[in-house]
Design a protein around this ligand. Structure first.
Ligand SMILES: C[S@@+](CC[C@H](N)C(=O)[O-])C[C@H]1O[C@@H](n2cnc3c(N)ncnc32)[C@H](O)[C@@H]1O
Length: 343
C-alpha cells in the first residue's frame, strides 16, 4: 500500500483555483488542505509519476511541518528547535539523506517580525545541521533544497522536489513576452481540453500555448503568429502534433468559418509587444475573426490586462466576455477571460 503525504504546489498568485481543479481532476482521491496566496497544500497517496502530471504548477514541495514562530529575533531559536525535532526518517526522500549531505534553505516572510527572511533561513539551516547531520550547501551545489514560508506566527517547512526544468519543460527557447509554460498550461486547462477539439492560438509567439495543449488529445492543434521570427521559434519548439502557420490574427482567411472549437491565446498587451495597430483596432478586428472561425458552441480563453478594449471589441463582435481570474505576473495584473458567442 502506498503512503499518504502532503505536498505544496506553487503557482502564480491568482491562479490557485486552477491548480486546485487540476489536482482534484488528475490525482484520484487527493484532498485539498489549504489555499494560500500562490500556494496550494494537498494530501495524496499518488506516486511521483502521477504527481508529475500536474502542469499548471511552478514547483512541487513535500510538506514537512508547520512550525510556530514568534515575532522577534529571540524567537529564531524556535525555528532551530522546531526543525531539530522533526522525525525526518518518516518522510520519503529525507529518510535517504546521508550524514554530510548538503542542504540550502530559502525563506519568505509575511507579517510583522523583527527578523528578516535571511535570519529565518539561517536558523532553519542551523536546525538541519544540529540534529539531522546536514552540512551547508550552495545555491549551485546542494543535495536538498528546503523552503520555510513564514506567515505571521506560522512557518510552513517543506522540501523542494522539482527544479527549473520542471516548469520550463527542458529549457527550450522562449520568445520575448513568452508565458511561463505553467501559466500557458493553466489557460489550456481552463479551456477544458477535449479529444475532438480543433484548437487555435492565433498569437502563438514561440508556441508555448499550443505546445502545452499537445499534452492532451485533439483533432488538430494550430498556433499562428504574424512574425516570421516567432513562427521559426515555434516551429523549432513544437512537437509534430502541432501545426505552426504565419497568419495575421486580424485576417484568418485561411481558416474556414465555424471550424474552430477552442481558441486559447495570450493577446498582445501591456508593454510586452507593440503591435502595428492600436490595441483597440487589433482587438476589434481579431474578435470579429474569432467569432467567425469559432463554432457556435466554441469557447475562447484569452489573457490580457486591456479589459476595457477587450470588452468593447467583444461587444462589437457579439462575443460574451467574462473575466475568470486575475494573475499577478511580473508586476502586471492580466486577467484571464472566457469569450463565447453571445445570444
Ligand atoms: C504576448 S505575445 C504571445 C506570446 C506567446 N503566448 C508565447 O508564450 O510565446 C503576442 C504575440 O502576438 C504576435 N502578434 C502581434 N500582432 C499580431 C497579429 N496581428 N497577428 C498575429 N500575431 C500577432 C506577436 O508577434 C507576438 O508573438
Amino acid at each position: 500500500m502506498s503512503s499518504t503525504y502532503t505536498y505544496m504546489a506553487t503557482v502564480v498568485p491568482g491562479l490557485e483555483d486552477v491548480v486546485m481543479s487540476e489536482v482534484t481532476a488528475k490525482l484520484p482521491g487527493a484532498w485539498i488542505q489549504t489555499k494560500l496566496r500562490g500556494r496550494i497544500l494537498f494530501t495524496t497517496d499518488c506516486s511521483w509519476a502521477e504527481l508529475k502530471r500536474l502542469r499548471c504548477i511552478d514547483n512541487l514541495y513535500l510538506h514537512i511541518a508547520w512550525l510556530t514562530i514568534g515575532p522577534h529575533k529571540a524567537h529564531l531559536v524556535d525555528i532551530v528547535s522546531g526543525i531539530e525535532e522533526i522525525p525526518f526518517h518518516q518522510f520519503p526522500y529525507l529518510c535517504q539523506a546521508k550524514p554530510g549531505d548538503t542542504a540550502i534553505v530559502s525563506a519568505s516572510r509575511s507579517g510583522h517580525h523583527t527578523f528578516s527572511r535571511f535570519d529565518a533561513a539561517k536558523a532553519a539551516l542551523q536546525g538541519l545541521i544540529n540534529a539531522h547531520d546536514f552540512t551547508a550547501g550552495t545555491t549551485k551545489a546542494h543535495d536538498f533544497n528546503f523552503r520555510l514560508d513564514i506567515i505571521d506566527n506560522e512557518g510552513l517547512f517543506s522540501l523542494k522536489l522539482t527544479d527549473a526544468t520542471f516548469r520550463f519543460r527542458g529549457m527550450r527557447a522562449f520568445s520575448r513576452a513568452a508565458l511561463r509554460p505553467p501559466i500557458a498550461h493553466a489557460l489550456v486547462w481552463l479551456s477544458n481540453p477535449q479529444a475532438d477539439d480543433v484548437f487555435l492560438d492565433p498569437f502563438c509567439g514561440s508556441g508555448t500555448i499550443p505546445i502545452e495543449r499537445a499534452n492532451y488529445g485533439a483533432l488538430s492543434i494550430t498556433g499562428s503568429d504574424i512574425s516570421s521570427d516567432a513562427v521559426s521559434a515555434a516551429r523549432a519548439n513544437a512537437p509534430q502534433t502541432v501545426t505552426i502557420r504565419q497568419m495575421d490574427a486580424c485576417n484568418l482567411k485561411a481558416i474556414p468559418s465555424e471550424s474552430v472549437t477552442t481558441i486559447v491565446t495570450n493577446l498582445p498587451w501591456g508593454k510586452q509587444i507593440t503591435p502595428n495597430l492600436e490595441i483597440d483596432t487589433l482587438y476589434t478586428l481579431f474578435l470579429q475573426e474569432a467569432r467567425r472561425v469559432l463554432v457556435p458552441h466554441g469557447r475562447a480563453i484569452m489573457l490580457t490586462d486591456q479589459q476595457e478594449a477587450l470588452e468593447r471589441a467583444g461587444e462589437l463582435a457579439k462575443l460574451r466576455c467574462r473575466p475568470l481570474y486575475t494573475a499577478s505576473l511580473h508586476g502586471s495584473l492580466p486577467t484571464v477571460f472566457l469569450l463565447e458567442h453571445g445570444s
